[in-house]
Design a protein around this ligand. Structure first.
Ligand SMILES: NC(=O)C[C@H](N)C(=O)O
Length: 338
């Protein structure tokens, strides 16, 4: 029988009603009592590492999750992280970059309704995540509402409904219905499964060092240039959510020139898009090509959540823009497809 460790971090899944609203208060032992059927499929143990609404998640707490996995790595076949949904996509991506040569499954899950409430989605999600953690497929995943998503491609797209997560720019890995896991055929045909099984080059290790000096900026029609001078003096990296396939204004308010100044000053500038699907390509339009001639980092079809966590990791490990750009533009656990 497989040995699985459930790592509880808080979130709605572990929340109870208090006089001031829902607050994470249920311990991991109690969580386990809600899924008694799991006893017959694996040997499950639990540990609580924090009790936070995931609104309060941060890289330090993510590092604690990574450390817990490392401390227990040899003793278990797989790990399930019970986590709040609001920042789960960030943590799943963050942990992906912090774990090196991961050969086991790490599966994030949570719920929109507390586990102790009527009509909760928590029991199904927890049970599905544990089942998937028994599969032995390496990597970090999000299991939610009957689908399994690559951890760097998950995005929370709904605030209330149980189908809160979507797989962005990557096929869903598997569906789980009534406890039965069915892998997505598309994964095998499209070669995505091969990308997930990239060779392991050494022993499992964690590297949790990140740099938080980054800014995420959404461009809008009429945006001024003043903010860029502030960014230049305060941050080491900026992620710009451009229009469409990679458009940044260069007439009247010339943001492209401001980007040039940022790069000259040693700030890493990553260009991504406000569109959820299909990613950017700076070669299509004149406005994009002008931008592409600068040393910008192209986020391709990565989610902003993954870009945020990857950039934090890159900035903590590389000094030169060229090195940061190389790391960011090299696929890591299939976080980008081009
Ligand atoms: N559904 C949830 O888990 C939302 C909660 N605020 C959290 O992220 O912790």
């Amino acid at each position: 029988m497989k040995k699985i460790l459930l790592i509880a971090t808080g979130g709605t899944i572990a929340s109870s009603e208090s006089s001031e609203g829902l607050t994470p208060s249920i311990d991991v032992k109690t969580l386990l009592t809600y899924i008694p059927e799991i006893e017959s499929i694996c040997h499950l143990e639990g540990i609580s590492v924090m009790r936070v609404d995931s609104t309060n998640m941060n890289p330090k707490l993510m590092a604690r999750i990574a450390e817990t996995i490392a401390q227990n790595y040899d003793a278990y076949d797989g790990f399930v992280i019970a986590h709040g949904t609001d920042t789960m996509a960030y943590s799943a991506a963050g942990i992906t970059y912090m774990l090196k040569n991961l050969a086991k499954p790490v599966v994030f899950t949570g719920s929109q309704i507390p586990i102790e409430a009527l009509y909760t989605d928590a029991k199904k999600n927890l049970s599905d995540a544990i089942r998937f953690a028994c599969e032995g497929i390496r990597g970090v995943y999000v299991a939610f509402d009957g689908i399994v998503i690559n951890g760097t491609h998950a995005m929370k797209i709904k605030t209330r409904s149980s189908d809160a997560f979507k797989s962005i720019n990557f096929p869903v890995i598997a569906e789980i219905k009534l406890g039965k896991i069915t892998y997505n055929q598309l994964l095998t045909y499209s070669g995505h499964l091969d990308k997930l099984s990239e060779e392991i080059t050494g022993d499992f290790a964690i590297d949790t060092k990140v740099c938080r000096d980054i800014f995420v900026l959404k461009i809008f029609p009429g945006i001024g240039t003043e903010l860029f001078d502030f960014i230049r003096t305060q941050y080491k990296g900026v992620i710009i959510e451009s229009f469409g396939i990679g458009g940044i204004p260069n007439v009247d308010e010339d943001i492209v020139s401001k980007i040039h100044e940022l790069i000259e000053a040693g700030v890493a500038v990553v260009i991504t898009t406000q569109c959820i699907y299909e990613g950017i390509d700076l070669s299509i339009y004149e406005v994009g090509q002008t931008l592409g001639r600068q040393k910008v980092i192209v986020a391709a079809d990565m989610t902003t959540e993954a870009v945020v966590m990857k950039l934090m990791w890159a900035l903590a490990h590389y000094e030169q823009i060229d090195d940061i750009k190389r790391y960011m533009e090299t696929p890591y656990f299939a976080d980008r497809s081009y």
